[in-house]
Design a protein around this ligand. Structure first.
Ligand SMILES: C[S@@+](CC[C@H](N)C(=O)[O-])C[C@H]1O[C@@H](n2cnc3c(N)ncnc32)[C@H](O)[C@@H]1O
Length: 258
């Protein structure tokens, strides 16, 4: 598709999935990571650094969900965040990332094989949880995005409940996503969560969404989950977004601002 992300790959090493359903298969990721060195889903850190920086400090403890072979944790480390834990379901991704970090002397960053639907951490132990394109995986068999399958909703809520649990009382969850607010907000704003939900966009052409969920900051008078009916947007994708893997992740709906 000619996106900047494609430059991450060697030409003969294009590991594609013909359907997004493959993303639900842990073996797909293991095979992919056994040959692919680096690929950034959505955009790399430089594109959203200005949005993430205000939420991080040198003493922040950060959990990254589904790190894959992204360089996000290295970029955060370079920016002064040293207490970072990355998880991924793929043993291959974890092993490769551990080796890479070791070769760069970044031994403070922890990388663990773990499922984001069953986080192996005690409650209230992270200042920030970040995920870039990882929650997306849970939506690939969601069916109609306006009315996702109950099984999808159950998995997403399990993940969000885990994130909410491991965040400190004033912790922040950052979700960097293709998912438009009209699909994400009803889930993020479920009544059991105490976080406020803010959304920004970044990127040229197609907008990517940067959600900031601040635990304990939910306004008592917010109108979440009011059952308000949302209008369906029309289809309107940029032609150069129509090819390539990132597109596979998106629903066939247009982009909307937050
Ligand atoms: C679309 S990639 C995103 C990778 C990376 N965050 C990035 O921005 O380039 C999704 C990643 O999530 C991982 N993953 C899928 N399901 C997961 C789960 N249940 N728990 C943890 N990681 C998972 C995959 O192995 C893969 O590395």
């Amino acid at each position: 598709m000619g996106t900047p992300q494609d430059s991450n790959r060697t030409q003969n090493n294009r590991v594609g999935a013909s359907t997004t359903l493959a993303y639900l298969d842990p073996q797909y990721w293991d095979e992919r990571f056994s040959t692919e060195e680096h690929y950034e889903w959505l955009k790399d850190y430089s594109h959203f650094r200005h949005l993430i920086q205000p939420h991080l400090g040198p003493s922040s403890s950060v959990l990254e969900l589904g790190c894959g072979n992204s360089q996000l944790c290295e970029e955060l480390y370079k920016d002064g965040v040293t207490e970072i834990t990355c998880i991924d379901l793929s043993a291959v991704a974890v092993e490769n990332k551990q080796k890479k970090l070791l070769s760069k002397g970044l031994t403070e960053i922890k990388v663990l094989e773990a499922d984001m639907l069953d986080l192996p951490f005690s409650s209230e132990c992270f200042d920030v949880v970040i995920e870039k394109g990882t929650m997306e995986v849970l939506f690939v068999d969601s069916g109609d995005p306006w009315n996702p399958r109950p099984a999808t909703v159950t998995k997403v809520m399990k993940m969000l409940e885990g994130v909410h649990r491991v965040l400190k009382p004033d912790g922040i969850y950052i979700s960097i996503s293709f998912g438009q607010p009209h699909f994400r907000r009803p889930l993020f704003e479920a009544p059991q969560f105490t976080w406020s939900v803010e959304c920004s966009t970044f990127g040229d052409g197609f907008h990517y969404f940067f959600y900031t969920l601040k635990k304990g900051r939910r306004s008592p008078d917010d109108k979440r989950s009011s059952g308000e009916k949302l209008e369906r947007p029309s289809i309107n994708l940029y032609q150069d977004e129509l090819e390539g893997e990132d597109y596979l992740f998106r629903t066939n709906l247009d982009e909307l601002n937050c």
